[in-house]
Design a protein around this ligand. Structure first.
Ligand code: SF4
Length: 548
């Protein structure tokens, strides 16, 4: 309190007379109300880690929130480390209902879906499986990633605890690992949850494999000849990889086995489909359930090829953030001691470590991708995205996807990566709404070729969203058709002649990727025809002569 008085005296010396009078009045009023006597204790929400070694065998770790492939494979990876784990189903409308019933008002939509999904599962354990509240609280815990914000992501863990308490599961453990801290997570000796190198490596492998399977699935499924054959092959691959992760086996032979499975899917890439990129807020664009009205599947049903964002790209963004912030901090020399103004720290070493992390991640991804047959897949260049976005959206702004939404849209148009871009923003999300509603309208002015659709996900209103998507997709289909016709013209091939080339690798091999020229896959396959066409015609003529 004496500190406050000192501060008051100090301020009084510097301010006009009426301000001093106000401060004196305030001090007097506080004294009369007894407030100066009150001991002010800051509220602090501890991060409990009550998962002790003695409970490890009897405790099941619940988690979820990425795509179905990721959640399933992460379960396998953590099982391989000796944990009892269970991934929860993809959040649906029922999860949203639970979230709204027990969550605080005014949350963003992903909070309701993810928090509600946990409550829904605990209700299932209690009401369907007949477990008591005490058993659920003592034998289960939930693990999720956290952040210090700046958006509501920073309050998720508190929101989980509040909703659990109100839903009758007071004391249920929600453990948190900070996504910015990487390997520097704190866990005590007696803690059963070891957030160490092997934990992160296993988790990382599962994330990379989930991304790779998703990328392959979205590439093949729109062109499959037998409906459902891609999903069936992917399910087999997932099962192989789950077992390999659980048994801690070398992944390359397993990925080669998956490759053979995927090669059995018959495709027809002469089908002209617009390529649609789904970007936006991380959770809303990643989930495959009601959280975004099952947007990816809806687009495929409507005749589009979908390009999804990988979780690996998000990790690369976190690494980029670390590099960018460290570099900026190093330029603030003189703010404290030390050569770079960072006394006691080694920013040069940190920059090197982050560069190595970026490189290792990319090498691991491409090694697995090539083994399974995912070729021509480029992980985003984070510096490039930051650079193109920076003219319109400051790289210092964080929350949601930061500048990435802006950068991705520009690159999608300029590099002709896709025919249409959909930005998914959850209701109540300030960072994402600010970007999509505000800055992106400027971008579409500057880049009039962009076919861009921002959609807001509230949990209801699916029909409205579907009809807006259908209207915009009509334009994208025309754009893809135009690219295809231009490709035919350039290669001097008629639509009728195309049938002859249907069995060429570019059109029929499910794992073949043609060189990128334009967005539409069928058009790129046509551009790839020339170098094979003469050989194909020659072989065909020979076969006809030989009566084959
Ligand atoms: S980015 Fe938006 S939707 Fe996502 S956690 Fe933050 S506020 Fe919520």
């Amino acid at each position: 309190m004496s500190g406050i008085k000192e501060e008051t005296k100090h301020k009084a010396a510097d301010v006009p007379a009426y301000e001093s009078e106000l401060l004196r009045f305030q001090a007097e009023a506080e004294r009369q109300l007894g407030l100066e006597e009150a001991k002010r204790v800051q509220w602090f929400d501890p991060v409990p880690r009550q998962f002790l070694m003695k409970d490890r065998a009897s405790t099941t770790i619940l988690f979820g929130g990425l795509t179905m492939a990721h959640d399933y494979l992460v379960e396998g990876a953590l099982a391989g480390l000796g944990y009892n784990v269970k991934h929860m189903d993809c959040p649906d409308s029922e999860s949203l209902r639970f979230g709204k019933e027990f969550g605080n008002r005014g949350q963003c939509n992903p909070t309701y879906f993810t928090v509600g999904n946990l409550i829904k599962y605990l209700h299932h354990l209690r009401d369907v499986e007949g477990k008591s509240k005490e058993e659920i609280v003592s034998k289960y815990l939930f693990i999720t990633s956290g952040s210090c914000g700046p958006c509501r992501f920073g309050t998720y863990v508190t929101e989980y605890r509040k909703a659990l308490r109100d839903a009758g599961f007071d004391g249920f453990r929600v453990l948190l690992f900070q996504q910015q801290s990487g390997l520097k997570q704190v866990t005590g000796d007696e803690s059963a949850l070891k957030l160490d190198t092997s934990f992160f490596l296993s988790f990382l492998k599962a994330v990379l494999l989930g991304d790779i399977l998703n990328a392959i699935g979205y590439r093949i499924r729109p062109y499959e000849v037998v409906p459902g054959s891609t999903d069936a092959a992917l399910e087999r691959c997932k099962a192989f990889l789950y077992k390999a992760l659980r048994d801690d086996r070398w992944l390359i032979p397993v990925l080669r086995k998956c490759r053979k499975e995927l090669q059995t899917v018959k495709v027809d890439r002469t089908l002209v489909k617009p390529k649609v990129s789904v970007i936006g807020e991380f959770w809303a664009m990643t989930t495959e359930g009601d959280g975004n009205y099952q947007l990816q599947r809806f687009l495929e049903q409507e005749g589009a090829e979908v390009e999804v964002q990988s979780v690996t790209a998000w990790i690369l963004y976190l690494i980029w953030e670390g590099r960018y912030d460290t570099l900026k901090r190093m330029q603030l020399k003189g703010e404290d001691g030390g050569r770079y103004g960072l006394e006691g720290k080694n920013p040069v070493m940190r920059m090197r470590m982050l560069a190595v992390a970026d490189r290792v991640l990319r090498v691991m991804f491409q090694t697995y991708a090539h083994a399974i047959g995912l070729t021509g897949y480029h992980l985003p260049d984070m510096d490039k995205i930051a650079d193109v976005a920076h003219r319109h959206y400051n790289n210092h702004l964080r929350g949601g996807e930061g500048h990435m939404e802006v950068g991705k849209l520009i690159l999608n148009v300029v590099k002709r990566k896709v025919n249409m871009t959909i930005s998914v923003k959850p209701f109540g999300c300030m960072p994402s709404s600010g970007v999509s509603d505000g800055v992106q309208s400027l971008i579409t002015e500057k880049y009039p070729d962009a076919i861009f659709l921002p959609i807001e996900t509230t949990g209801d209103g699916a029909i409205n969203v579907y009809s807006r998507v259908q209207m915009m997709l009509f334009k994208a289909k025309q754009a893809a058709q135009k690219e295809f016709e231009e490709a035919l013209q350039q290669r001097n091939i008629t639509q009728d002649q195309l049938g002859q080339y249907g069995s060429l690798s570019a059109f029929a091999n499910p794992l073949r990727t043609s060189r990128h020229v334009v967005a539409c896959t069928a058009a790129n396959a046509v551009y790839g025809v020339r170098k094979f066409a003469h050989w194909f015609s020659f072989r065909r003529n020979n076969q006809e002569l030989e009566g084959v």
